[in-house]
Design a protein around this ligand. Sequence first.
Ligand code: F3S
Length: 401
Amino acid sequence: MTAMQLTKEEERMLKGEEGYAARKSMEILAALGDIYGADQLIKVGSVQVAGVSYHNLGDAGLEFLNDLARDGKVKVLTTLNPAGMDLENWRQLGISEDFAAKQNLVIDAFRRMGIIISCTCTPYLIGNLPHYGEHIAWSESSAVTFANSVIGARTNREGGPSALAAAFVGKTPRYGLHLDEKRFPNIHVQVKTTLTKLSDWGALGYAIGKKAENKIPYITGIREAELDELKTFCASVVTYGAQPLFYMHGITPGAENCAVPRDSVTIEVRDLKEAYDNINDEVTDIELVCVGCPHCSIKEIAQIAELLEGKKVAETTEFWVATSRVAKQIADTRGYTETIERAGGKFACDTCMAVAPLKGRFKSLATTSAKGCFYSRQNGMATKMGSLQECVEAAVTGKWS
Ligand code: F3S
């Protein structure tokens, strides 16, 4: 049935002796293992499941999940990617009753499986934090890149079904980025420009993603990086490039042990400018400002509150802060929520601009995120990318200046 070496327990699961969800999961893992030449399954420390928004799943996806939820129970720590709405304040974000009802059925299926309803793309900020070298099975691309590159954990970019399968079996096929030999960098990227604002990291991700193509970048020339900058970079480099893994000399673990690849490219100030030119559209009136792609950390929420203090969001514009419910709960205790909401801002917990059903609602968007621009364009919006200050300014004036 599979070329992989299976344990007795795995064979029992594959034969259906451990129930429907385990059998389905083993079928998925065996098929993947055979396609990619894996020799065996390996244990994973945690799973992160994408494919949560009803907007993307539809009724067929909901049915698939309900079938698995009949007898499926996750065997390892498993968290969820953002859903299509704020699970509590969906009305405030303009989500329809019909959509909310379906989205809640999706969430209910995940809950029955034993999955933590975290609904965030920054699981590493809310307690799903792997250690260096740990094998995991995550599916959100920005989180996968962060886990591989910033933490030094090991994961392929799983699809929703293969991540779920890994959660039910507690294992994933040993191939790709789980193997030492597939993790060597093979292009040297010399950064010869300075980065002065958060969105520059998105522009850098765009520029490196395009130049590195399908190679694993070994990046030099960056002296310091904050966590929020790295998460922004991770989201961008994998959106505009191909590999969910990079090494940043002096910053990410393992980089100092790598041989510097001979193949080399440089990133100069003109490359960042080109990135901004490609990401930014010709638009002045901004209908939606959304920050938090990947989901805002508490530090970013504090910065937003400070920038919004005493201001008012324009009547023509909505201002969304996309974040995890956990970060929002901390923001509540610090008074940040009150400041942001008093100014007319809205929290979009559990969701984001890419997976909420926004098509047709807004014509233009401003954000700090290169990835956010990529997906918002697919939702028919003209996009502007800039600093947190520029985004708050756009929210208050309704204009991009
Ligand atoms: Fe997260 Fe959505 Fe951006 S899932 S990385 S906020 S597109």
